[in-house]
Every structure is written in structure tokens, then in C-alpha cells.
Design a protein around this ligand. Structure first.
Ligand SMILES: Nc1ncnc2c1ncn2[C@@H]1O[C@H](COP(=O)(O)OP(=O)(O)O)[C@@H](O)[C@H]1O
Ligand SMILES: [Mg+2]
Length: 181
């Protein structure tokens, strides 16, 4: 995987396949501590202890035709950048997966196109609520689709016009943070 946005997409798809109705995506860049942290928390069906233990094995999957590489690849990307992956899950409650990276590590993959990733998730899964928080040092950007849906007052969030508008808003919202030091 070329950038971390693709990992985010993959981990969020896992959450949705686990029947989550609400997924919280947090990206935190901490320049002082030289860390990048990505965490994805869902309210899906969760996993048993033995499932979590097998998760880092490549090709472990509970799905039919899938490859079972999503989590092992994320672990690999984190390890390459002197980081790690932590998995917390409670059956029936949900799962939180967080990955850390050394921010300035030469092998740390770029975040990539966060706005497009988010838009793909929102338009592909209009029934799921997404919280997206991007923090850089002491500045932050927060998006909550539950709030947006309330404001849309019945207009589907995946209407082309709405999606176009949202993409512009998200892009604008994170642009300043992404380029700023
Ligand atoms: N958020 C989650 N909630 C519940 N189960 C999960 C979650 N993420 C991963 N899993 C379980 O871990 C397995 C491995 O995930 P992954 O490495 O992404 O491979 P794949 O999605 O191709 O099966 C999944 O098949 C699923 O059983
Ligand atoms: Mg997967």
C-alpha cells in the first residue's frame, strides 16, 4: 500500500463488514513527540480473544473470498516506521485499532488523500455515521456526519451535489493543517 489513507480505507471497511453503524477515525500528528497516530474505533460486533491473537497472521480471515491481509499490512507499515499497532476489541461492543508511526521516519508512508478517502467511505456507506478528526499539534479539524445528516434534513448524504460540497469542505478544512508545520 502506497499511502496511509489506503490503510484507513481498509480498516474502516473491516469495521463496516463487522456491522458497525458508527466509525470514528482519528489522525494525530504530533511534531513535538515526532509521532503520527491513526486510530479507528467502531461499534461493530467485536472480536473474541483468540480472533485478536490470530489477527496479525497473514491470511487469517473470517470472510469467504477475502485475502486476510488488511491488518498484517498495517502492522508492516507501522513497523517499517518504528511504530506499532494496538488492537482492543470487546465482543458485542466494538473494536479500536490504532497504529503509530515515527513521523519523520524515512520509511513512513505519506498520509495521502484523506479527503477523497473519507468521501469514498461516506458516499459508499451513507447509512454509517463517521466521525473524522484530524489533529496537528494544537490545531484540529472535526467532521461528524451525524450532525451533517441532521442539517441536511432528509436529503441523502450521498446525493452527488451534497458529496461534491462535502468534498470541498473537507479538503478546505484539512488543507491548512496538512501543509502547516
Ligand atoms: N473492526 C473489526 N471488527 C470485527 N472483526 C474484525 C474487525 N477488523 C478485522 N476483523 C476480523 O479480522 C479478520 C482479518 O481482517 P483483515 O486482516 O483486514 O482481513 P480481511 O478483511 O481480508 O478478512 C476479518 O476477517 C475479521 O474477522
Ligand atoms: Mg480487511
Amino acid at each position: 500500500m502506497d499511502d496511509l489513507s489506503l490503510h484507513i480505507l481498509d480498516i474502516v471497511e473491516n469495521a463496516i463488514e463487522a456491522e458497525a453503524t458508527r466509525v470514528e477515525i482519528r489522525v494525530e500528528e504530533d511534531i513535538k513527540n515526532n509521532t503520527l497516530r491513526i486510530s479507528i474505533k467502531d461499534n461493530g460486533k467485536g472480536m473474541l480473544k483468540e480472533e485478536i491473537a490470530r489477527l496479525r497472521d497473514p491470511f487469517f480471515t473470517t470472510k469467504n473470498k477475502k485475502t486476510g491481509l488488511g491488518i498484517p499490512l498495517l502492522c508492516q507499515s507501522a513497523h517499517e516506521a518504528a511504530g506499532e499497532v494496538r488492537i482492543n476489541s470487546i465482543p458485542g461492543k466494538g473494536t479500536e485499532i490504532s497504529a503509530t508511526f515515527q513521523l519523520d521516519h524515512i520509511d513512513r508512508k505519506p498520509l495521502g488523500d484523506l479527503a477523497s478517502t473519507l468521501i469514498a467511505l461516506i458516499s459508499g456507506h451513507p447509512e454509517v455515521d463517521f466521525i473524522f478528526e484530524y489533529r496537528k499539534n494544537n490545531k484540529g479539524y472535526l467532521l461528524d456526519t451525524e450532525e451533517i445528516k441532521r442539517e441536511l434534513d432528509g436529503v441523502p448524504i450521498n446525493y452527488p451535489g451534497v458529496i461534491k460540497l462535502l468534498k470541498g469542505i473537507i479538503k478546505e478544512g484539512i488543507k491548512e493543517l496538512m501543509k502547516g508545520g
